[in-house]
Design a protein around this ligand. Structure first.
Ligand SMILES: Nc1ncnc2c1ncn2[C@@H]1O[C@H](COP(=O)(O)OP(=O)(O)OP(=O)(O)O)[C@@H](O)[C@H]1O
Length: 236
């Protein structure tokens, strides 16, 4: 379970202080598919980074399985992130010098253990599930943007993390690739993975077991979750 306790965030910029989040409270239960919607610039990515242990908030706490993650030292927090969290960002940041298979295996290497044959089997299975089986030996620059995004998804799933954080994972993808990626996320959720997805695409609310809206620096319940999309998934 993740508990969000009175989280506030401001950024100091040359133009002054930007207050993005103000006293956000909430709870994410295991097994949820939580969609956090909101207009551009409302602070969705900022909140996701804070939840995922990537950005210490100006104030407040994030508890993951009973641990206050920002009270941990950097090394312990990195370990917790590696074990518990998978991240899918708009830019998958694949390492250009590694082929796709090795990029997907990277989380294993980052835990410090040697890559074994079971890891390779899992990576190849993920490549198949994401439609990239034929691309294993290619380098990121040899893949299209959508294929790179799918490779990012495969990498996020490599260690079977109980929580997946997805930041606009299908922005700018064609409809077919979008449906494929959302289908994979949905299947994962049905198998027990907790998904936290931020989006400004109304269509993706249909996937949610619960939907919240980030508006006016805080979270609000958003309509009824699970309602079929009213328009294109690309609308925002
Ligand atoms: N490192 C930073 N330094 C200064 N300001 C920042 C920083 N990161 C985010 N911001 C500001 O915080 C606000 C919220 O940004 P954020 O990216 O979280 O919004 P968002 O809801 O994810 O937007 P979008 O849907 O357009 O991606 C914006 O005004 C942005 O300029």
């Amino acid at each position: 379970m993740i508990i969000i306790e009175k989280v506030s965030q401001c950024f100091m910029t040359p133009g002054g202080t930007i207050e993005v989040l103000d006293g956000v409270d909430g709870m994410i239960q295991p097994g949820e598919f939580l969609v956090i919607a909101g207009c551009s610039g409302e602070g969705k990515s900022t909140l996701l980074h804070i939840l995922g242990g990537l950005l210490k908030p100006s104030q407040g706490k994030i508890w993951v399985e009973g641990r206050d993650i920002y009270s941990l030292d950097d090394r312990s927090r990195a370990k917790l992130r590696a074990e518990q969290f998978g991240f899918i960002f708009q830019n998958p940041s694949l390492l250009p010098a590694l082929n796709i298979l090795d990029n997907i295996l990277l989380p294993v290497a980052l835990t410090g253990r040697r890559v074994g044959s079971q890891d390779r089997e899992r990576a190849l299975k993920l490549l198949q599930q994401t439609g990239l089986k034929e691309k294993a030996s290619l380098f990121p620059a040899q893949l299209s943007g959508g294929q790179q995004r799918r490779a990012g998804l495969a990498r996020a799933l490599m260690l079977e993390p109980p929580y997946i954080f997805a930041d606009e994972p299908t922005a700018d993808l064609d409809k077919e690739t979008e449906q494929h990626m959302l289908g994979l996320l949905s299947e994962l959720n049905k198998a027990g993975t907790t998904i936290i997805l931020v989006t400004h695409a109304a269509g993706q609310l249909a996937l949610a077991t619960r939907a919240l809206e980030l508006k006016g620096k805080t979270l609000h319940p958003r309509g009824s979750a699970g309602v079929p999309p009213t328009g294109s998934a690309a609308e925002g």
